[in-house]
Design a protein around this ligand. Structure first.
Ligand code: SF4
Length: 221
């Protein structure tokens, strides 16, 4: 199918295209899961804050030592700043991230009884937590879909797949929430992230082995 024809179909029925994407990527990646290693909502919140401008692989390398030393929000809230900075240094932006981690841990300890909150509104009151992190925590830790995670992979693929013309993550999320069925919001982001890593990479998308290449408007085959 030509890219032009694919574009026409997309305009006509983007929600059906979104459902097709979910179906095909679920078949392609039956064992997909959150790439950030964690054992609970606190660890996931920390890992997601650290993942800004950093690969999940690097985050997974630094978090075991961090969680061993500071296993709870209370422990992290009281941590010495230089100690945290040293532990998370490889993830980049370590000073800002340390402030975010300690600020988040303090708020969780003082205002939420040491438990990561379970609503978008409450999560957004935590230091260093914006919609992306809140959506990851709600979806993965609590199984609650209040929005769609838009990270760098979701952003890139949403444009390539013709689902949005927006570049601002909040606007992309709004477009995706209109197109993707609510029950698929949590899986959607995981599937897009996996597909972005394995096939539709930023530099060189492997359209020849992509299960979406017959309808993707950006396909090169
Ligand atoms: S066809 Fe190419 S551009 Fe489209 S999703 Fe697949 S790899 Fe990405």
């Amino acid at each position: 199918m030509s890219a032009k024809k694919a574009q026409r179909i997309l305009k006509k029925d983007k929600p059906a295209w979104a459902r097709t994407i979910v179906k095909r990527l679920r078949e392609e990646y039956p064992d997909f899961e959150c790439a950030l290693t964690h054992r609970n909502a606190f660890e996931l919140t920390v890992a997601t804050i650290l993942s800004a401008q950093c690969t999940d692989e690097m985050v997974n390398k630094v978090t075991p030592a961090l969680f061993r030393k500071f296993p709870t929000p209370q422990a992290l809230a009281k941590a010495r700043t230089p100690t945290v900075e040293k532990l998370i240094h490889p993830t980049g932006f370590f000073r800002q991230k340390t402030k975010s981690l300690k600020g988040m841990a303090q708020k969780v300890s003082e205002d939420f009884g040491g438990e990561i909150p379970q609503t978008m509104a409450e999560l957004l009151t935590l230091h260093g937590v914006a919609r992306k992190t809140a959506n990851v925590v709600l979806g993965v830790a609590y199984g609650r879909a209040e929005g769609v995670v838009v990270d760098t992979h979701v952003k890139r693929l949403s444009g390539r797949l013709g689902l949005t013309k927006q570049t601002d993550p909040k606007k992309i999320e709004q477009d995706l929430m209109k197109l993707v069925p609510g029950e698929d919001w949590i899986d959607w982001s995981h599937l897009q992230i996996w597909h972005g890593r394995k096939v539709c990479s930023a530099r060189k998308p492997a359209c020849d082995r992509c299960v979406l290449n017959d309808r993707c408007p950006s396909s090169t085959v």
